[in-house]
Design a protein around this ligand. Structure first.
Ligand code: NZQ
Ligand code: ZN
Length: 394
C-alpha cells in the first residue's frame, strides 16, 4: 500500500424527505445569502426547487435563482454566475441537480471569492486558489460523484477544451441525498450515471500497485453492487432500494475511497473528455464508447489484474488469465449494451469519425504529445490515437 491522505469532509444527509433540511444545513454552514444553481428545469418540474426555497425561507435565508446550466457545463455560464453572485452579495452557493450544476456552483464559488482572478486562470492552475465560498448540494442524479469529490469539470467553448480542476476547495460542505429525487430521471440518464459510477472505481482499480487488500475489496464490492442495482434502476428509476444503493455508491466511488493507497489511471476519463469537448457527448456515454478499446489495448500490461476483476466482479472462473481477462472485458461491454449505452465511437451521434478528427482529439488529449496520459499503461499521443481508432467502428 502506498502512502495516502484521506480527506472526505462533506456532511452527508441521506434519505427520504431530506431536502426539507436544506435550509437548516445552509444555516449551519454559515450561509445567509444563497445563489441557487440548477440546470435546464428538471428541478422546477419535479417541485424540488420550490421545496428547497421554502426551506430556506423558513430559516430566514435570502436566495436568488441561477438556472440554465447545461450538461458539460460551460465556463462562460459560470463566469456570468460569478457576476450574479457578486451583485447579489452571495455568501453561499447551493447546487440543486447533478454534476453539471454542482461543478458550476463550485466554479462560481471560486470566482466570487476571488473576483480579481480570471476563472480560466484558476482552472488551469495559473492562479493559485487560496479561498472559496462554501457550497452545498441537493443531489438529483447518481453519477458524477461531485457531491463528495475534490474535482469540478468545465468546458471552455472558446478553445474547445473540457478540463477538470482538483483542489480541496472543491469539497462541498454538505450533500442532501434523497434517492427518491432520482425517480424522475430518463432511463438514458440513469444508464449514463451507472457507467460513470462504475468508471470512477474502474479508473482507480486498474493499477499495478500490489497488496492493497482493503481498497481492492471495497472497489470490487462497489462494482458488484452498482452492476446489480444499475440494472434494477434502469428498469425502474422509481425503485427506491436500487436508487439508494446507486446514490451512495456514486458518492463513495469518487470521494477517493476506492483508490486509496494505489496509483490511479483515469485514461478512459481523459479520452472521454475529448469526445465531450468536441461533440458534446454525455459524460457517461463518452466513457462506455471508449472503454473496450482502452481495456483491450492496455490489458497485456497485466492480464492478471483484469482476470481478478473478471472473477471478483463478474464471477468468471476461467483459470487462464488472458482468457479470463478477455471474458471480463466482454462481460463489461455486454453490460453497457444491456443499458443501451454506446460501446464504440460509431454508436455515438454522428457515427464513425474521420482519421483527422481522431488525430485532433489525440493531440488535444496529450497537448500535442508534450505530456502523457495515465499510469496502468502510460499513453503517448500515438497510443491515444490507436485507442480512438480501435473504438471507431459500428
Ligand atoms: O438540467 P436538468 O433539467 O436538471 O436535467 C438534467 C440533465 O439534462 C437531468 N437530470 C438530473 N437530475 C434529474 C434530471 N432529469 C430528471 N430528473 C432528475 N432527478 O440529467 C441530465 C444530466 O445532468 P448532469 O448534471 O449533467 O449529470 P451528471 O451528474 O452526470 O454530471 C455530468 C457532468 O459532471 C462532470 C461530467 O464531466 C459532466 O460535465 N463530472 C464531474 C466530476 C466531478 N466534479 O467530480 C467527475 C466526473 O467524472 C465528471 O467528469
Ligand atoms: Zn466521471
Amino acid at each position: 500500500m502506498q502512502n495516502f491522505v484521506y480527506y472526505a469532509p462533506t456532511e452527508v444527509v441521506f434519505g427520504k424527505g431530506t431536502e426539507e433540511k436544506t435550509g437548516e444545513e445552509v444555516k449551519k454552514w454559515g450561509g445567509s445569502r444563497v445563489l441557487i444553481v440548477y440546470g435546464g428545469g428538471s428541478v422546477k418540474r419535479s417541485g424540488l426547487l420550490q421545496k428547497v426555497e421554502a426551506s430556506l425561507d423558513k430559516e430566514g435565508i435570502a436566495w436568488m435563482e441561477y438556472g440554465g446550466v447545461k450538461p458539460n457545463p460551460r465556463l462562460a455560464f459560470a463566469q456570468e454566475g460569478v457576476r450574479k453572485a457578486l451583485e447579489f452579495q452571495a455568501d453561499f452557493l447551493l447546487a440543486a441537480g447533478g454534476g453539471s450544476a454542482i461543478d458550476t456552483a463550485k466554479a462560481i464559488a471560486h470566482g466570487t471569492a476571488n473576483p480579481k482572478m480570471d476563472l480560466w486562470d484558476i482552472w488551469t492552475g495559473k492562479e493559485a486558489l487560496t479561498k472559496s465560498l462554501p457550497v452545498g448540494v441537493v443531489l438529483t442524479i447518481s453519477a458524477a460523484g461531485s457531491e463528495m469529490s475534490d474535482s469540478a469539470v468545465l468546458t471552455n467553448e472558446a478553445i474547445g477544451r473540457k478540463q477538470g480542476l482538483s483542489t480541496p476547495y472543491n469539497r462541498v460542505k454538505f450533500a442532501v441525498m434523497n434517492p427518491e429525487l432520482t425517480a424522475t430521471l430518463p432511463k438514458y440518464q440513469v444508464a449514463c450515471g451507472v457507467v460513470d459510477i462504475l468508471m470512477h472505481t474502474l479508473d482507480r482499480y486498474f493499477t499495478h500497485t500490489k497488496g492493497n487488500e482493503m481498497t481492492d475489496e471495497i472497489a470490487e464490492a462497489l462494482l458488484r453492487i452498482v452492476v446489480r442495482n444499475g440494472r434494477r434502476a434502469y428498469e425502474d428509476p422509481a425503485d427506491y432500494a436500487a436508487a439508494s444503493e446507486l446514490m451512495w455508491c456514486g458518492s463513495l466511488s469518487h470521494n477517493g475511497l476506492t483508490g486509496l493507497g494505489a496509483e490511479t489511471d483515469f485514461a478512459p476519463h481523459k479520452l472521454g473528455h475529448e469526445l465531450s469537448a468536441k461533440y458534446d457527448v454525455a459524460h457517461g456515454a463518452s466513457l462506455s464508447a471508449v472503454w473496450e478499446a482502452w481495456a483491450r489495448y492496455v490489458c497485456p500490461e497485466e492480464p492478471e489484474r483484469f482476470a481478478r476483476y473478471a472473477k471478483k466482479v463478474w464471477g468468471i472462473e476461467e483459470q487462464d488469465p488472458v482468457k479470463a481477462a478477455d471474458a471480463g472485458i466482454q462481460a463489461t461491454v455486454e453490460y453497457f449494451r444491456s443499458l443501451d449505452m454506446p460501446v464504440s465511437l460509431g454508436d455515438l451521434e454522428g457515427g464513425v469519425k474521420t482519421e483527422e478528427e481522431l488525430l485532433d482529439m489525440a493531440k488535444r488529449c496529450t497537448g500535442n504529445d508534450t505530456f502523457t496520459v495515465a499510469k496502468f499503461k502510460v499513453l503517448h499521443q500515438n497510443d491515444v490515437l490507436e485507442i480512438y481508432r480501435r473504438a471507431n467502428h459500428r
